[in-house]
Design a protein around this ligand. Structure first.
Ligand SMILES: [Zn+2]
Length: 265
């Protein structure tokens, strides 16, 4: 039996076909967090769903809790923002899929995550407007980790707490971030190059807008060399991905797809 029905603002993270006509849809709902909902007739009823159950779309949905069941009922949905241009390009599809999986895995069912909702919507909007870049992926990863309460340490040693001078530094996902030279002697498999570390620090404060318009690292306020910044962000991929994997407990499936289609990582 359905309990109360709610009209909600949601992003579609994933839609899984079920049987001939139905689907199970994972939604990130403003004010409520992530929910899973059963959409009866999802693939046959244009009237109730009208193409609103594609991943990455922002929808207005009518959902109802079901007594004693984790799965909600999705009664109807309409597209508010389709992000159609995301689907025109394989690299953008790969980045959007990665973002949706990342946000899915960093949220817990039923716990409000409005910071992550806003972040994902902004990421998708920017991705739709430009090319897929490593810089935006790094900004997304950093901001998502921060919103989930797991931000990596980039300034002080994550093992002993002493300050790590600017420049290249060891990076230990288990310890929680960069580590000082003395602690590095205990063995560290990963490192952040000087440029990669500076880029991450800029992205942490500047967010997605810094990813699209980075400033020069010399403090002059001039724009950075976009290509060099993108390279630095790509260099930070392995350490940050290892950090994410440590917190999520597994590698994201969509990272394989990024590699397969040759998208910036
Ligand atoms: Zn140390």
């Amino acid at each position: 039996m359905d309990l109360r029905a709610h009209r909600v603002d949601a992003l579609v993270l994933r839609a899984i076909a079920y049987g001939e006509a139905d689907a199970v849809v994972h939604l990130l709902v403003r004010g409520r967090g992530r929910i899973s909902a059963f959409a009866r007739g999802a693939r046959s009823s244009r009237k109730r769903f009208g193409g609103a159950l594609e991943p990455f779309q922002r929808v207005e949905a009518l959902v109802a809790e079901r007594e004693g069941q984790e799965l909600w009922a999705l009664r109807e949905a309409r597209v508010v923002e389709g992000h159609a241009r995301l689907r025109e390009d394989l690299h953008r599809i790969a980045h959007a899929g990665y973002a949706a999986e990342l946000i899915h895995d960093l949220t817990r069912a039923g716990q409000p995550a409005d910071g992550l909702f806003t972040l994902l919507e902004e990421f998708l909007t920017r991705l739709e407007a430009g090319a897929a870049t490593s810089a935006r992926l790094r900004a997304l990863e950093l901001l998502a980790l921060e919103a989930a309460g797991f931000a990596p340490e980039l300034a002080a040693c994550a093992r002993c707490g002493s300050e790590v001078p600017q420049g290249r530094a060891g990076f230990d996902p288990d310890a929680g971030g960069v580590i000082c030279q003395r602690c590095t002697q205990l063995g560290t498999p990963l490192a952040l190059s000087h440029g990669a570390r500076a880029a991450l620090r800029q992205l942490r404060t500047g967010g997605l807008s810094a990813a699209d318009a980075p400033a020069s690292a010399d403090g002059s306020g001039r724009p950075a060399d976009a290509r060099a910044f993108e390279d630095a962000c790509a260099q930070a991929q392995r350490p940050l991905r290892a950090f994410l994997q440590h917190h999520i407990g597994r590698a994201l499936r969509s990272s394989e797809f990024l590699a397969q289609v040759g998208a910036p990582q």
